[in-house]
Design a protein around this ligand. Structure first.
Ligand SMILES: Cc1cc2nc3c(=O)[nH]c(=O)nc-3n(C[C@H](O)[C@H](O)[C@H](O)COP(=O)(O)O)c2cc1C
Length: 258
């Protein structure tokens, strides 16, 4: 009887070790591919926020080339809003930069619950054939209920009207906070206004329905049953569009477009 139990336990232990080795080897072997997929998905979100593609519909090769020709990634200093030509756009990792004390700084307590911000940020400028500014795509992040949400907000050339909002990474509950990924909710954003007449950040996700762009230019429908995630979206937009976020950069672009 005791020999039987030893045999069963020994067999179970071997199965556990074999499975652990298989799963961890798969994670290590597939890491590069997972990273590449995440990077591609992030780029797809940049294009979607900028209005080049419909949610979940990747562009064809030609469309991608045309879109890429109009979008220029640039690294900026967040405190001044100036371009930073010393940082390599191709290798800049904003998320890593925001955790390294040498390339980030802590910020005062804020509703978005952002603790540190990077000194530099990677943004995308949208320009026409003549080089005139057509819009910008800005990275945003902030807390929801369960997770940090990472996404993009894109503004039109007036730097006030929203072109689009997307999230490429979040772990909110599917069907509740996870509805930030719902194409119907994302379709509510284009045309809303991020700033009011005085230049203050005014965009807000309501609890409940907001109405059309004409009826409620500064408001967007809340996600039902997900007030905390909805508030998180409002707070992160207020933070990143404000003085500690992209405020100085947007001010510099406004001077350029006057
Ligand atoms: C299992 C579970 C998952 C939930 N997931 C979310 C979520 O992802 N985002 C969120 O804001 N609220 C979520 N909630 C609800 C919150 O706990 C909270 O009740 C809600 O945000 C309040 O929103 P309401 O006033 O619209 O009901 C979840 C609740 C439960 C029980």
């Amino acid at each position: 009887m005791q020999r039987n139990a030893t045999y069963v336990l020994g067999f179970a232990a071997i199965v556990c070790v074999v499975c652990a080795v298989v799963v961890s080897s798969a994670a290590v072997v597939l890491k590069d591919r997972q990273d590449a997929n995440l990077a591609a998905y992030r780029e797809q979100n940049v294009l979607e926020a900028a209005g080049f593609s419909e949610p979940g519909q990747p562009l064809s090769g030609d469309e991608l080339t045309a879109a890429a020709a109009r979008l220029t990634p640039v690294v900026i200093d967040l405190d001044t809003g100036d371009l930073n030509a010393t940082v390599d756009v191709a290798t800049f990792d904003q998320r890593r930069a925001s955790t390294d004390p040498a390339t980030s700084r802590s910020v005062d307590a804020n509703q978005a619950r952002i603790v540190r911000i990077p000194n530099q940020a990677l943004v995308y400028e949208l320009r026409d054939d003549a080089g005139n500014l057509d819009g910008v795509v800005l990275p945003i992040e902030g807390k929801g209920l369960w997770s940090t949400l990472y996404g993009f907000v894109a503004l039109e050339a007036d730097l006030t009207t929203i072109r689009g909002l997307t999230y490429f990474e979040q772990k909110e509950t599917a069907g509740l906070g996870g509805e930030v990924d719902n194409p119907r909710w994302k379709a509510l954003w284009p045309g809303r206004r991020a700033f009011d007449e005085t230049g203050a950040t005014a965009i807000e996700v309501l609890k409940g329905a907001a109405g059309t762009v004409e009826e409620a230019p500064y408001e967007v429908d809340g996600l039902s049953g997900a007030t905390i995630t909805s508030r998180g979206v409002t707070y992160m937009l207020q933070f990143w569009l404000g003085d500690e976020g992209f405020g100085p950069y947007l001010d510099r672009l406004r001077e350029e477009t006057i």
